[in-house]
Design a protein around this ligand. Sequence first.
Ligand SMILES: CN(C)C(=N)NCCC[C@H](N)C(=O)O
Length: 258
Amino acid sequence: MEKKHALIRRPSPRLADGLVTHIEREPVDVKLAERQWDDYVAALHGAGWQTHEVDRADDCPDAVFIEDTMVVYGDTAVIARPGADERKPETLAAEAAVRELGYRIAHIEAPGTLDGGDVLKFGGTVWVGRGGRTNDEGIAQLAEHLEPLGARVVTVPLTKVLHLKSAVTALPDGTVVGYEPLVDDPSVWEKFLPVPEESGSHVVILDENTVLMAADAPKSAQLFRERGLDVIEVDISEYEKLEGCVTCLSVRLRGMPD
Ligand SMILES: CN(C)C(=N)NCCC[C@H](N)C(=O)O
């Protein structure tokens, strides 16, 4: 069986200073966050994933949300240019890690901005949320890098949440799940399934039958189980206080370059 790989990055001791845009700031328990991160990584390992730890960036409170540093498609890693200036230094070590793993590297350049969390990929389509962090120039550059590889890049409006993947993610069969009050335009997706809880809209596909999701969306978890999926739940409360979700804590590398 093909080994699945993921990049991860340990939380900074300054995690509690992470950015908050669409929700009220709440105190973050960094010790609890560290334990929750260990559990998240253990869940990946338990599902057969091998993890690669990117060097810590202790001066970057949001560095644990490594998903935002890049978009990986086939053998190419497009290094993001984060929309928040505070997060721009995060990409350096992430790029080094993915280069070391053999990926071809491309970059989003100024004036483009793009956060990996704004990019949802499924079956050759790449939906990109144009919102607070990702601009048209960033999306155009991403399309230039990915379309020659066969991807179809589609811009999606995003006004209600931080990132596209704060609003929607995909189940293993390609159904896009979202909490409707926070999705600008559900009609973008042919197969769209509304879920009853906000964090029910965040899943990481672990394999064709299994998803990882946050523990605070039991009704959505039940809905997925009724569709025949195995659901693994992890408590990520401290990351949710910083507008993080299960997708943000890793970069999934499906099929490494030879
Ligand atoms: C899909 N999502 C939500 C992400 N990929 N990233 C979350 C980043 C949160 C961080 N405090 C920030 O404001 O940047």
